[in-house]
Design a protein around this ligand. Sequence first.
Ligand code: ATP
Ligand code: MG
Length: 365
Amino acid sequence: MSVADAYREALATGRARPDDDQARLVEKLNVLAKTLEARQQTRRSGWFSRFRRNSDGEMPRGLYIHGPVGRGKTMLMDLFFGAVHCAPKRRIHFHAFMQDVHARLAAARQSNGDPLAPVADAIAGDAQLLCLDEFQVTDIADAMILGRLFEALFARGLVLVATSNLAPSELYRDGLNRQLFLPFIALLERQLDIAALAGVTDYRLGRIKAHESFVAPLGPEADRRLREMWDLLTDSAEGETMELDLLGRKLHVPRAAHGCARFTFPELCEKPLGAPDYLAIARTFRTIFVSAIPALGPAKRNEAKRFIILIDTLYDAGCRLVASSAQPPEAIYPAGDHRLEFARTVSRLREMQSASWWGKKIAET
Ligand SMILES: Nc1ncnc2c1ncn2[C@@H]1O[C@H](COP(=O)(O)OP(=O)(O)OP(=O)(O)O)[C@@H](O)[C@H]1O
Ligand SMILES: [Mg+2]
């Protein structure tokens, strides 16, 4: 089934409502899928070296899809990823990808020489098509490696498809040493078609129904509701403490039972935890309880950043979230350095409260 067929099927079965902006993007994805499939054919028939590049001497152009939250970027990329016949292919969240890159670089540094070339060989060997969800650069370590890394990956024939809330020119906007990042933006603009998906409909919002999984404000009533949810999901288990193994260290889980884990906001976001920790939690548990989310003033930029990464990670892994908070999602972090990114967090917190989110997850577990 082609990408266009898969989209038509989603429309026909009512999984997706007709949307002109999406239809145009599907057309682009459909063309890219055909180009990739043709390249694969030529490689199979041994003409790889000759046909590796298109007639104009370029690699197949990847696609960078950007736009506001809930427009269907991830849905369409996943539809494309599922339909395209291209091997090997890999679909991964940007945070998880960068974590993998840094781990591979650290391992390659053990031997002499430039670690980048062997790492690029390995990544391009694992994927000729790389789909990265939620491209976002806020970390200087990521910013400084991306240019050389993708230069090397593109040289090895890898085609990138990415989704992001930001256009390439907006990435790492107020970042440290941004001038060193600019060549990477130029590289993206040269190698990829840049497509905005910025229709009027936030589909995530449309699905929301009141659900009791996000409780505000804090207080005895909120505590009681969280306790009730815990009892419901764990058959009233007391739970036990656990240590999750992370590269070279342990992550403490204060209470765990029946696929649920319970944390307080300070335990998760006021300590120096990061994407690897949250990923380990998301992979280990189906439902995460986060209690006592405070209002975050502009000075709490680190806490806000960690909370953004936490929610992105739980969302991407399809985890269920039960939370108690001093404020409703949109009032948690109204001002500060990360407030633009936080718009996505708000949107996700809302979707993660919806009956359909819970219904879907419950059906799977
Ligand atoms: N045309 C559509 N009709 C109905 N539902 C849709 C449509 N497009 C997307 N959706 C649904 O809306 C929700 C949000 O879509 P998706 O996650 O792809 O948005 P996104 O653009 O990636 O958002 P974000 O920037 O937050 O990652 C998903 O549950 C998706 O299945
Ligand atoms: Mg998305």
